[in-house]
Ligand binder design. Sequence first.
Ligand code: TYM
Length: 469
Amino acid sequence: MATEAPPAAAAPAAAQDQDINPWSVQGGTDANGEIVAINYEAISKKWATSLVDDALLERFERVTGHKPHIWLRRGLFFSHRDFDRILTRYEHGDPFFLYTGRGPSTGSLHLGHTIPLQFTKWLQDVFDVPLVFMLTDDEKALFKDGLAFEDTLKYGMENARDIIALGFDQKKTFIYSDLKYVGGHFLMNAWEFSRLVPFNQVRGAFGFNESSNVGKIFFPAVQCVAGFATSYPEIWSDPPAEERSKEIAKIDCLIPMGIDQDPYFRLLRDNSHRMRYPSPKPALIHSKFLTALQGPGGKMSSSNPNSAIFMTDTPKQIKTKINKHAFSGGRETLEEHRELGGNPDIDVSYIYLTYFEEDDEKLKKIYDDYKKGEMLTGELKKLAVDLLQKNVEEFQARRALVTDEVLASYMKPRKLEWAGNPNPKPKPAPEPKKGKEGKEAKEPKEAKAKEGKLTKAEKKLAQRPKEDN
Ligand code: TYM
């Protein structure tokens, strides 16, 4: 197909002991105890997700008429669950919405956070669908010592300005703070969901123990039910529905995220059909982590300011961070580098270029020149500095335009406006299923789920932690 991508940084050897969870991310270690790059194929295998492949990208282009985003073509959004089902929905004009989020642990986003968010904006533009954006100011105060709820609420409002500056369409976007919005149908969903999930199911997934505060134990229900359309009665109709309903619950959901958030949504997918008004298992699309300045064994993270470029950084700070801290795949001396060449696969400046240099040919030439020793580390770093400075400066200019009124307009619960697929294809007629006496038969499991009851097998499953779905 016409979407051949230049080389992304190569996959590292398998690391058995890498640790990826919603609160920390670390690559495994090699025989010398050195941290090695994160092995994404290994995570995908362990968590039984599907890898994004050429067939999926070709189908994306066919169904949407859009060339896949460079981050899809370059394998930076590398994994998914049921993304193909969302394409089928789009193809036939069936409704679905996007959901993503941010945990406001500081007042500013770093460049890594902007990756899934910028990608979500692109998906919103391509699909023309509503987006709900959750600010988990509850989560961050529950999980981070020393942060008060007042702090996270305040950070959330600052983060919301950053999010708006990424360009989401106001008519189709609802941004909310958990501390302010979660009530009504949303809270009812969270309580109902929490009733379906025994402690042993979250203990394994999130590493809780008997000393974990009970807020932490309940919180996953909140992050999960944000994927149910019934949690947002205001966005579907004006006036909003007074009660949750079967029809609204059927609206599908696509959640873009960094792969660290997957454990939440496995839990959601395991249980969404068990709600009183069952919802489809939300579809997920996962990104790799924008690597820490120190190297591809860690992610850019707010908890280690030296690892990250913040969206508040000045051009000078960006230059200093890249020049001083960005891990280099260059050789010790100039002569050696010219003779043996550098290693772009582990070079942080090159890795950043794979995100922000849009020109495939230019990127390929940089890769080859660096590998052959024709390009020096200083030259490669300068390319990264220039692109990142431009990205952050443009962002800051847009953010300066986010007034209090603009912020309030995104955060007001209201009916959203969108159009979806302008040319949906008719669905093939469903084949009727025949029962014993020629009557149409219902799937026994689905019929039970519709009544909100569990089959015996489902009851059994709910008693033990799930690896995957
Ligand atoms: P948070 O604030 O830790 O991260 C927000 C989003 O950014 C992703 N992310 C990164 N992506 C690429 N490179 C990095 N270095 C990097 N660091 C973080 C995260 O995976 C996430 O997608 N609990 C969540 C908030 C949340 C959410 C959601 C996220 C609520 N509902 C639904 C995604 C989807 C959190 O604390 O995210």
